[in-house]
Ligand binder design. Structure first.
Ligand code: ES4
Ligand code: ZN
Length: 326
């Protein structure tokens, strides 16, 4: 297939990826066994049968359980290295990876353990094949802002490892304005700013992320189409949306891929990008997301090329580094 071959070969940027979302079922069970972490699933069949979600929360319950098997530096190294090798296979030349310390800290795993594993894998990929990688320090919004502030302070020892902060987890009941002080401090410390908004939450959450948190881009943001004035703000300010098609269908944000609104977002002049979110749970890496759009929505080359270019424009690379890629 000509489109698919062309797409696979095209250089890409990925901007919305949770590292814990790349933990495949096979490695998950292997690490649970190695680290003596008890799970309610004992076989690959049992575990994979659980990969059916009704909404974001039903997914997050399995996702946090899965991540709890990560315990030792070598586990974090292996997880990061597996994903970076996937980048190479998918021609993802630049990637921005969300790391969520609040998933590991309750298990007694602290920054020195997971950061050592992540840093070693990233350095290897940079030196072995010139992979471009930036890390995003992502906070869990179902937890209090005070907990996030403590993590931001802990991350000061790793300030150079993170380009930005992000905000993920349960959107319903946890509006962006809950984290106004976190974003104020992060901005002061020179972090770039992004946040999940408008995946399950209303357009008002996208507005709050822009106004209260002063984010430069929005993760997901697909519900913006419910508010014409908001669409105009996003278009005018060229605020990128990191859209995750397979994720949205698996989490029932849209009933099927044919009903996804990504081409409407693009037609409205928004800076739309394509991303995989949690590829091990949602049935595909970045190339699979583009191919699913081609099959369901007849995504054509010019639309795909626009979104590929948007990926580099929307990245947190410095302007000089961007122009080399574009
Ligand atoms: C997530 Cl799809 C999604 N939404 C919000 N938080 C998340 N964490 C991992 N995947
Ligand atoms: Zn996400």
């Amino acid at each position: 297939n000509r489109f698919e071959d062309w797409l696979r070969a095209a250089p890409k940027a990925e901007l919305h990826l949770h590292l814990d979302g790349t933990l495949g079922a096979g490695r998950l069970l292997q690490l649970a066994d190695k680290n003596n972490v008890p799970l309610p699933y004992n076989t690959l069949q049992e575990l994979e049968a659980a990969y059916h979600f009704e909404n974001l929360q039903s997914f997050l319950d399995l996702y946090y359980l899965g991540a709890s098997v990560l315990r030792e530096e070598e586990d974090f190294y292996a997880l990061m290295m597996d994903y970076l090798l996937r980048c190479r296979k998918n021609n993802i030349v630049h990637t921005e990876i969300m790391i969520e310390p609040q998933t590991y800290l309750p298990n007694g795993i602290d920054f020195p353990v997971f950061m050592a594993g992540f840093q070693r894998a990233v350095m290897e990929a940079r030196s072995r094949w010139g992979q471009s990688v930036q890390l995003i320090l992502s906070f869990l919004r179902h937890l209090p802002e005070s907990a996030a502030l403590d993590v931001l302070d802990k991350a000061e020892n790793y300030r150079d490892d993170f380009v930005a902060i992000g905000l993920a987890s349960s959107e319903q009941g946890n509006p962006p304005q809950k984290f106004t002080e976190l974003y104020r401090r992060a901005r002061e410390r020179g972090y770039r700013l992004t946040a999940h908004a408008g995946e399950e939450g209303p357009p008002a959450f996208i507005r709050s992320a822009l106004e209260d948190l002063t984010v430069e881009r929005i993760d997901h943001g697909v519900r913006c189409l419910e508010d014409d004035t908001l669409v105009e703000v996003l278009r005018e300010r060229r605020i990128p949306l990191t859209v995750c098609p397979l994720s949205n269908v698996r989490l029932c944000v849209f009933p099927t891929m044919k009903q996804h609104n990504i081409l409407q977002l693009l037609a409205r002049g928004l800076v739309v990008t394509v991303n995989s979110d949690d590829p091990a749970y949602f049935g595909g890496y970045l190339n699979d997301n583009f191919i699913a759009l081609h099959r369901a929505l007849n995504l054509n080359r010019s639309q795909a090329l626009q979104m590929l270019r948007n990926g580099f424009e929307a990245s947190f690379l410095a302007t000089a580094e961007k122009s080399e890629r574009l």
